[in-house]
Design a protein around this ligand. Structure first.
Ligand code: ADP
Length: 438
């Protein structure tokens, strides 16, 4: 965000918590201000402190990034009250798409196929069971306000339902502030395919080529790729068209992502829409040459989009993003914060590195363990995998274990090499690693 602003001649103020005083963004921005202690509720989620800082520094817009308040209706509405532009969709759009169950209804009305599921929120165990029997096991119980791969439970048999339903509701209440859950058919095997969209205030909506985010662990993405090695051009157009309808159903503005699951035959179902920029947006940027953050800023300033969906029907080349986390994959991906004694990031053709760390930086234990995003681009997929290996091998991060070593080990796994990853591949990958004693 700071990079985009610099190139646009816009001054920036970075906010940070006491735990992030030494984080790189604080020195990259023109100014920086502490908004509270390490505990996120007192700093990064503290709307009053953030808006006061914005006022003191005379900010006219806030980019909320992709965590914390980026999908908060309250934050978007309070920004508006304070006459500060929230760089994102309007309050009404967040309201409509933020609740997964509402979003399902809205896009269904617009003619997009959603994952078969309950007609709305399921209030009682009896109805939950009836719905599950109608859909056929296995089913998923999902929190309507859930996100980040959390707030869902797979139920394989009738007898698991009662306990799981009550647990899902109470977990949803404590994690997301609402006990509302709904039920979806659990479809397997599937790919997670998503379409980046951008909308402006004139009603123009542009759809980008799909991202394949099927390599996941516990419903959280590890590697993202674009275009998907599985999607053919006609299917791409259909997915873009469905994403257009979903975004158009709420006259969507700003950057957003429409997520689908796609089965082996190419049938696809709407999962949800994220009303913010996503972690994996750089793969789309490196593939298409469009700076999505700049576009978001331009659209927020009422400029019209000057790109079109048809520019992206036949993308040239391919890209992958590797999320380098401070986690020990040999210990069940345990988060491993600590001091980075030394680090060196790769360069050369077709590489982009987005990171906030440097040699001597201490990774705080308070937040997400993402350290860096390594994005690689090449003309063809074979070349891309070779480049990915070269680039991952160049990275040096000393002091904390990272997921880099995990990626280097799995690059040769046949499903990844052949572009056949589905959301359940991770189980087979672990078995393969075990077998090979890697
Ligand atoms: P979140 O908002 O928490 O990311 P999503 O609804 O986007 O939740 O789902 C996250 C992941 O969970 C998907 O990418 C997919 O792997 C899996 N998933 C979600 N719903 C289904 C489903 N109905 N059938 C199979 N897998 C699903």
């Amino acid at each position: 965000i700071i990079r985009a602003c610099k190139e646009m001649g816009i001054k920036t103020v970075a906010i940070f918590s006491e735990a992030d005083e030494d984080c790189l963004h604080t020195t990259m921005a023109d100014e920086s201000v502490c908004v509270g202690p390490a505990n996120a509720a007192s700093s990064y989620l503290n709307i009053a402190n953030i808006l006061s800082a914005a006022e003191v520094y005379g900010c006219d817009a806030i980019h909320p990034g992709y965590g914390f308040l980026s999908e908060s209706e309250r934050f978007a509405s309070l920004c508006k009250e304070c006459n500060i532009t929230f760089i994102g969709p309007s309050l009404e759009m967040i309201q409509k798409m933020g609740n997964k169950d509402e979003a399902r209804k809205s896009v269904k009305e617009a003619g997009v196929v959603v994952v078969p599921g309950s007609a709305g929120i399921v209030e009682t165990y009896e109805i939950a069971l009836k719905e599950a029997i109608r859909l056929g096991f296995p089913v998923l119980i999902k929190a309507a306000a859930g996100g980040g791969g959390k707030g869902m439970r797979i139920i394989y048999q009738e007898k698991e339902m009662k306990e799981a339903f009550e647990l899902a509701r109470s977990e949803a209440l404590s994690a997301f502030g609402s006990p509302d859950v709904y039920i979806e058919k659990y479809i397997t095997p599937v790919r997670h395919i998503e379409i980046q969209v951008l909308g402006d205030k004139k009603g123009n909506i542009v759809c980008f080529p799909e991202r394949d985010c099927s390599l996941q662990r516990r419903n959280q993405k590890l590697i993202e790729e674009t275009p998907s090695p599985f999607i053919w051009q006609r299917l791409r157009k259909k997915l873009m068209n469905a994403a257009y309808k979903a975004a158009h159903s709420c006259r969507y503005e700003s950057a957003g992502t429409v997520e689908f699951i796609v089965n082996e035959k190419g049938d696809f179902y709407f999962l949800e829409m994220n009303t913010r920029i996503q972690v994996e947006h750089p793969v789309t940027e490196i593939l298409t040459g469009v700076d999505i953050v700049k576009e978001q800023i331009k659209v927020a300033a009422s400029q019209e989009l000057d790109i079109e969906t048809s520019d992206f029907y036949e993308p040239e080349g391919c890209a992958m993003e590797f999320r380098i986390n401070a986690e020990d994959y040999k210990k069940d991906f345990m988060p491993s914060p600590g001091e980075i004694k030394f680090c060196f990031f790769p360069g050369g053709p077709g590489v982009r590195v987005d990171t906030h760390i440097y040699s001597g930086y201490t990774v705080p234990r308070n937040y997400d363990s993402l350290l860096a995003k390594i994005i690689v681009y090449e003309k063809d997929r074979d070349g891309l995998l070779k480049r990915a290996r070269r680039v991952l091998e160049e990275i040096r991060i000393e002091g904390v274990p990272t997921t880099k070593d995990f990626y280097l080990k799995i690059l040769d796994y046949h499903e990844l090499a052949q572009g056949k990853i589905t959301t359940d591949s991770i189980t087979r990958i672990f078995e393969w690693l075990e077998e090979k004693k890697l």
